[in-house]
Design a protein around this ligand. Structure first.
Ligand code: CUA
Length: 155
């Protein structure tokens, strides 16, 4: 079977790109800890408010400037939000939803997770700079979506 010269080159370029992408994926996973977001746990969305730690949403000190912030997303507010932490605080945010899919984003930080009924989302964040951080919902969740914000004050 005769293959045209340009066709051969096209096959070579295609193989090089394909193998290069596969190597990039393998290196991302093995060398740079890139992973798909996974839920930190499962929860019955009907029983969120009676299941620990969601029985007491809000900020809990863990010692040595470490905190746990438990949030419940609901249309259209965050239970447990509006908190103040000291500069340099390391905060583990644990969140879930009681109704529809919400999203949690805190601009200027690494916090950008989905908050899904039935799943527990968890993310660690360190607040190195003082100021007021906005915690907002970035997944359209109904007519009051744009009101679904809160603040974390770092002082
Ligand atoms: Cu909750 Cu948008």
């Amino acid at each position: 079977m005769k293959i045209e010269r340009y066709e051969k080159w096209f096959l070579v370029v295609t193989l090089v790109v394909l193998v290069g992408c596969m190597v990039a994926v393998v290196l991302s996973v093995t060398q740079h800890n890139v992973a798909l977001p996974t839920p930190a746990g499962r929860i019955d969305p009907q029983a969120v408010t009676t299941t620990a730690p969601f029985t007491e949403p809000g900020l809990r000190p863990l010692g040595d400037n470490r905190y746990e912030l438990v949030l419940i997303g609901r249309a259209w507010a965050w239970d447990g939000a509006y908190v103040t932490v000291p500069k340099g605080a390391e905060v583990t945010i644990i969140a879930t939803s009681v109704d529809v899919i919400h999203g949690m984003r805190i601009p200027d930080t690494n916090v950008n997770v989905m908050v899904i009924p039935g799943q527990i989302s968890q993310v660690d964040v360190t607040f190195d700079d003082t100021g007021t951080y906005t915690l907002l919902c970035h997944e359209y969740c109904g007519i009051g979506h744009q009101q679904m914000g809160a603040t974390i004050t770092v002082e």
